[in-house]
Ligand binder design. Sequence first.
Ligand code: FAD
Length: 401
Amino acid sequence: MTRLAQTHGLTDVQQEILATVRDFVDKEIIPVATELEHRDEYPTQIVEGLKELGLFGLMIPEEYGGLGESLLTYALCVEEIARGWMSVSGIINTHFIVAYMLKQHGTQEQKDTFLPRMALGEVRGAFSMSEPGLGSDVSAITSKAVKDGEEYVLNGQKMWLTNGGSSTLVAVLVRSDEGHPAGAPPHKSMTTFLVEKEPGFGEVRPGLTIPGKIDKMGYKGVDTTELIMDGLRIPANRVLGGTTGRGFYQMMDGVEVGRVNVAARGCGVAQRAFELGVSYAQQRHTFGKPIAQHQAIQFKLAEMATKVEAAHAMMVNAARKKDSGERNDLEAGMAKYLASEYCKEVVEDAFRIHGGYGFSKEYEIERLYREAPMLLIGEGTAEIQKMIIGRRLLEEYRFQG
Ligand SMILES: Cc1cc2nc3c(=O)[nH]c(=O)nc-3n(C[C@H](O)[C@H](O)[C@H](O)COP(=O)(O)OP(=O)(O)OC[C@H]3O[C@@H](n4cnc5c(N)ncnc54)[C@H](O)[C@@H]3O)c2cc1C
């Protein structure tokens, strides 16, 4: 059978990794995902399995104990995992972004300290830009770092940290005017701090509190939290890259690969929704035949499959562009925008195909229906993607009159 979302030109190693991940998803994730999700339970056993497979170090260079794989391999693994349960891909995603930022921008000492333990999944990453008053408008960040001798003192409140409780290393973006002219533009006066902490909730380090889990409509299992800094003291050698004022660029670089990742999650969830829809449509009978034999339902399946294929192709294109060393913000923005919108639509169609049963918690599509909207928001909303796409188009197609 020709399956949807095939990727041409993969190496033997990539194919082997993907086959292993797919097998793990089918055997270890899909059978338990809905039950764990309904209990909002952290998938500890699944995470241990992912560690054993080496997935926490998939893109970390081999010299630091990782597998040194490409963004494409990573994205295809994420697609498989999200097909099983989107929350599990969320557990890996922030870890992957922080490891990527360290690899690209960290000092040698920072790489040596964190990357080997991140590859093993012993140190687990989260990243924090958003605050209660802002998400899209990162330049409006109000949390602040002030230099005090060889340390910085951080104050402020952060919001929406995926893995905020379970992580042990948080990349936190704050304002730090030190060393920069007064009134420097926001993107030149922000710094990323590497904040180590204990996992869990409450005061996890002097001056740092993780209050508790935010109760969410979907994307359960994975913890999403606030983070409160009250006189948090961080040594100067934990400024990412060693120099203040570069945090905005570092975070935007991280978010760019994160967008390919969110696109991959949209592809995975849409694939699963299609699988559920096409299976149910052949089992449910109305008016004397399986509903799959009604043209209206076949048209739905055709539209769903076309969207799955299109989103997959754009996601693969964006990952390959980044792997080739080229700028990929346009492609990543387009892939993220299209894959998340299509994911929501494919899930909605699969839900409709299920009739009343789609509304029952006994059916997996109910979970997917609550998960898909997160992808419309995380790593930048549709409006923000369209702003990025629009700006880049005007650069490429500058009027030469
Ligand atoms: C489950 C979950 C997990 C998350 N995890 C993380 C995380 O790990 N780390 C982190 O830092 N953040 C995280 N976020 C935050 C997420 O990145 C933000 O929610 C997102 O960027 C949107 O920001 P906002 O919620 O403040 O919405 P706002 O920025 O207030 O936007 C509200 C609405 O206005 C629109 N809008 C805003 N500005 C414009 C404009 N200029 N033009 C047109 N429309 C506009 C938006 O598109 C949106 O529709 C998470 C969010 C959720 C829900």
